[in-house]
Each structure stands twice: as C-alpha cells, then as structure tokens.
Design a protein around this ligand. Structure first.
Ligand code: GLY
Length: 370
C-alpha cells in the first residue's frame, strides 16, 4: 500500500497523519513541510530509544537539541513524570519556539503531549507513535494527560499535534502482547464506526497479526480515517467523540482498580467492550447476532488477562470517579450494531455489577443470542 495521508481539521488548524513504511527515515521532511523550525527535543522511553533512537536521529538528520527518556509504564503516567520532563527541558535549553517530538506508545504520547500543552504555556508537538494503540488511536485527536491514583486520565488537556508520523515498520519490535493489545482498539473502531474494518478484522486477523504490510497498513489507515472523521466533528468530546470511549468505562476502572499493573490499556478496553456489549444485549440495544460477532472477534484476538484477581467492588468504586459522569451519573457507550454506537446511556448499577461478575464467563462462552 502506498503512503497514506489523512488530514484532521482541528480548531488550531489542519494537520496530517502520515502513514507509511520508511516514514521514520523521512522525518525531517515532515518537520520541514510543517515549518517546524525551532529546536527539537525528543521525549521517549529507554526501551523505544534503544530500538529506534538511532533511526530517529538519522530521520531528523541529527537536528536534535535534547533527548529526554522516562519509563513508560502506565504507573509512570503521572504529574511527577510531567514535572521531571519539564525540568529536564528547562535545563536542556528548551524555549517557546521548541518542538517536542514524542517517540513512543500511548504513555509517552500522553505525557509528552501534556508537557507540550503546558510547558511555557504550550509548545508545538509532533507524534511519532511506535505502538499499535498509539498508531490507531492515541496519537490522533489531541488528547493528552496523566493519571491520578483515583483514576485514569483525570488530569489533562486537548493539545493537537502539528503532524503525526506513523511508520508501521516500527511495530516489528513490539512485544506480541502489546501488539494484541492494540488490536482491541482497532476492533473498537470497527464496532463504533467502520463495518468494512470490522469485517476485514474478522476475515484477515491472521494477516494483521503477522503484520503483513497490506493488512496492517489497511487497519492503521482505516482507524486513523475513522478517528479523524469523529474528532473533526467533535474535537472536545461534547457529543459524538464519546463513542470512542466504547469499552473504556469499565476498561479504565479495571486499570485503576488493579493499580495499572495487571492490564495493558488495550486489554482493559477488550474486557470493557465485552462488558458494554453484554450490557447492550441486556438492554436490547444490540441484536444477539451482532453482539456475538463482537464477542467472537475479541475472543479470536484472545490473551485477555484473567479477571479472577479483580474485585468487582473496587471496580465499581473506580467507575464512580470516571470522567464520563454527567451530573453525578455515569454515562455509557453501548453498541447498537456493527459500526454504530450510542453514547450517554444510563445503565442501572445492578446491571453493571452483574456484567462485572459475569465477565469471565462472557469471554469463555458467548452469551446466547436470544
Ligand atoms: N481515545 C479516544 C479519544 O481520543 O477520544
């Protein structure tokens, strides 16, 4: 597949999401096109830097004023890390005209994005996502932020990048578990927005997992297109964008209830999508046939961590701290059919508790269709 460029129309201007092999080598071209002429500071993690730092430096033709690395475990996505990165930027000579290049997965992107949003009241940002989660979802749309012990992404802001440069080749070094975790976010885009993507994942999952170039590029491109389309209609999540939180209500609570240690983000979203689909069926929002397609596809990706260690009561407590509450009441995103979801749904607590208790069985044994 040739190079793909998808444009995101944001309030701060339109920016490209460039997807293609060798993009890392051509990084300087994207910065030049975006007239990003200030000093460049790279924010990354030690692991990603070890694997791809040299290529990035070559791609930027060596024009890097400083490199700041931090441990990108979900637990490190906090205000302390933001302060550390900002102080390192000051000491390295960063200023308002500087450009931050975020090289890494979702945690690096969220932290570097929040740093870019707040350092000297905002500097320019370039995302170079290196995980599937980041390439299909988190690098696009300008969400930045960090976690609190009370919940995920509770501190943050919207700060759109100048450009997102995705190179599917960097996924070759991604551990299999992390790659699979990203597939759950890709499934999300199929369920909420793109029937053809969902069907493609059903029929060609093996090619995607094998990272066959045409298959993986199709998935990244379609997710990016779906995300751009939603974000430009509702940049600040006042309505439509909420559908992108499908699976995230329980997903975030699972992550927080297990101190961000048991689940990768996509895995928690995988469980969350199962739960939301289960609730959707119980509320007769989605047909049994479509619900089972969702259950089956998630099951086919597989590898979701066992829930036996997770206490439903703790998850419920974290659900109450969720950002998706409106006037004190949690609102859910439920699937209506493949490629259509409804946001803002009120769900009785009893049904939520029931879904939580039955989650493990849902995965093993899809619910009956009637
Ligand atoms: N990850 C969902 C969003 O960006 O809105």
């Amino acid at each position: 597949m040739a190079q793909q460029t998808i444009f995101v129309r944001a309030s701060t201007g339109t920016y490209p999401v460039a997807i293609g092999r060798e993009n890392l080598h051509r990084l300087h071209q994207f910065l030049a096109k975006g007239e990003l002429s200030g000093s460049v500071f790279v924010v990354s993690s030690p692991r990603v830097w070890r694997l791809w730092g040299r290529q990035l430096l070559l791609g930027l033709r060596g024009h890097v004023a400083g490199t700041i690395l931090f441990d990108d475990a979900e637990r490190a996505k906090n205000l302390q890390t933001v302060e550390t990165v900002c102080r390192q930027l000051v000491r390295a000579g960063a200023e308002r005209e500087s450009v931050i290049v975020a090289l890494g997965g979702g945690v690096v992107g969220d932290v570097a994005g929040f740093v870019a949003a707040s350092f000297m009241r905002g500097v320019r940002l370039v995302h170079v996502p290196t995980t599937l989660v980041a390439q299909v979802d988190s690098s696009i749309g300008g969400k930045t932020g960090v976690n609190l012990p009370e919940g995920k992404n509770l501190i943050g802001s919207f700060h759109q990048p100048q450009v997102v440069v995705s190179d599917p080749q960097v996924l070759s070094t991604l551990p299999a578990r992390h790659f699979r975790s990203g597939l759950f976010e890709a499934i999300k885009y199929g369920v909420v927005a793109d029937r053809a993507l969902f069907t493609f994942l059903e029929t060609s999952l093996a090619d995607v997992i094998a990272q066959k170039p045409s298959a993986i590029e199709l998935v990244i491109g379609r997710c990016a297109t779906a995300k751009a389309s939603v974000v430009q209609r509702d940049e600040r999540e006042t309505g439509l964008r909420q559908i992108l939180n499908f699976g995230h209500t329980i997903g975030h609570a699972l992550e927080a209830a297990t101190d961000y240690e048991l689940f990768l983000h996509g895995e928690a979203v995988g469980w969350g999508m199962l739960a939301a689909t289960h609730i959707g069926m119980r509320l007769r929002k989605i047909s049994g046939g479509d619900a089972n397609r969702i259950f089956r596809l998630i099951g086919k990706v597989g590898g979701l961590p066992d829930l036996s260690e997770v206490e439903p009561g703790r998850v419920l407590r974290h659900l109450r701290a969720d950002k998706k509450t409106r006037y004190g009441r949690l609102r859910w995103v439920l699937p209506r059919q493949i490629a259509r979801a409804e946001s803002g749904v009120k769900v009785p607590d009893t049904l939520v508790r029931q879904a939580l208790e039955e989650l493990a069985e849902i995965r093993e044994q899809p619910l009956p269709t009637k």
